[in-house]
Design a protein around this ligand. Structure first.
Ligand code: HEC
Ligand code: HEC
Length: 329
């Protein structure tokens, strides 16, 4: 793996070096070779009707989807008042107060990831949405009929009939998942880095630009690139220096292949300053610690205070300017 990694990262760094010393490429040009703006629409959203999205939004906040009516999706992926789609806990706590295994990632932009969950065990938002409802450590419902009955009693039939007009029995788990996914497909963030990438070079200030250069030159871009600055590949946590927490084997728990030990989805860094704590186990409580730790574990380097500060300044340009639904809540 280290070998494979070297093949990936070395050409990238070589390219950066070349761009800087020989062609004097601007920061903007170099940035455009690694990053791209977020798309305006998520794949699969073309067919999402307004009534389907509306239903999905309602379900996202529906506490009747948890065994003791205590928890909705929003409890762990909070979108209220411009929140970042997380719970700010190291690991999530379920409806029945059980302590979960992992840190809750944000639902913002999740549909743009190559797969869902830290270990990528399902591909799409629709496949994902069914799981928390029946997960004993999350919403803890015990059967599909129980979920259907709950929603029926909450008066959901009319809304499901509107969203799935051709179906005789529209309240079912497939349709619940479809609606939840449709709503989440609207969660595409927007930040100053997008404005910068699309051509407004003044959208980010000088110290943020310096931070962007540090982020690129140190090699963070080898894994955190593209529109999400992550979300597209799986990498071993501890590729250079082993990660101390060995409990969670990540992707290997799905594939059963020891070669996948400690592989996790490279997280997106969009809106990263607002989603603490960090890592799959929530072990890094501050962004400074997360930056230092990844530099050490993933690149084998120790960053000085100035470099950490610079990268943090760059992250400031990734703060989401959009709210989930300005018209209510
Ligand atoms: C008890 C807290 C909790 C509840 C309730 C909950 N989630 Fe999550 N969610 C998590 C955690 C923790 C993960 C990461 C689990 C993992 O990777 O194994 C996650 C992962 C996800 C992801 C994957 C994101 C990514 O980047 O990989 C999506 C999407 C998601 N949840 C949506 C939902 C929806 C929709 C609901 C409601 C039906 C919901 N969640 C309910 C805690 C929760
Ligand atoms: C070899 C690939 C790789 C490189 C290089 C890399 N990272 Fe990461 N990064 C990851 C992976 C994988 C994770 C998730 C690790 C985990 O949770 O166990 C991660 C997590 C993070 C997180 C926490 C995100 C969250 O939501 O919890 C931050 C912040 C971060 N990286 C920043 C950086 C910075 C800054 C650099 C450069 C100094 C860097 N990364 C270099 C792969 C990489």
């Amino acid at each position: 793996m280290t070998k494979h990694f070297a093949f990936t990262i070395l050409p990238l760094l070589y390219f950066v070096g070349l761009s800087q010393s020989y062609t004097h490429a601007s920061t903007h040009e170099i940035a455009l070779s690694f990053f791209e703006p977020l798309p305006a629409v998520m794949q699969g959203a073309e067919q999402d009707s307004a009534v389907l999205i509306e239903l999905g939004k309602k379900l996202y906040f529906e506490t009747a989807l948890s065994i003791n009516h205590s928890q909705s999706c929003n409890s762990c992926h909070n979108l209220n008042n411009g929140a970042a789609g997380v719970d700010h806990l190291p690991v999530s706590i379920g409806a029945l107060a059980s302590i979960g295994d992992r840190n809750a990632p944000t639902t913002w932009n999740a549909g743009l990831h190559v797969a869902q969950f830290w270990d990528g065990r399902v591909k799409t938002l629709t496949q994902q949405a069914k799981l928390p409802i029946f997960n004993a450590k999350e919403m803890a419902m015990t059967s599909e009929s129980q979920v259907i009955e709950r929603l029926y009693n909450q008066g959901y039939l009319a809304a499901f009939k509107r969203a799935f007009s051709k179906q005789l029995l529209p309240i079912n788990i497939e349709n619940i998942a479809h609606a939840l996914a449709a709503f989440q497909r609207t969660l595409i963030s927007k930040d100053r880095f997008d404005d910068y990438l699309t051509g407004d070079k003044g959208a980010i200030n000088q110290s943020e630009k310096e931070g962007l250069r540090v982020f690129i030159e140190k090699g963070c871009v080898a894994c955190h690139n593209g529109a999400l600055l992550g979300g597209q590949l799986f990498m071993k946590m501890g590729i250079v220096h082993p990660y101390p927490n060995k409990k969670d084997k990540g992707k290997a728990q799905v594939t059963g292949n020891p070669a996948d030990n400690y592989f996790f989805k490279v997280p997106s860094l969009r809106n990263i300053l607002n989603t603490a704590p960090y890592f799959h186990d929530g072990a890094a409580s501050t962004i400074e610690q997360a930056i230092e730790d990844t530099a050490w574990h993933q690149l084998g380097i120790k960053l000085n205070t100035q470099e950490v500060k610079a990268i943090k300044a760059f992250f400031n340009t990734l703060n989401n300017q959009k709210v989930a639904f300005p018209e209510q809540r």
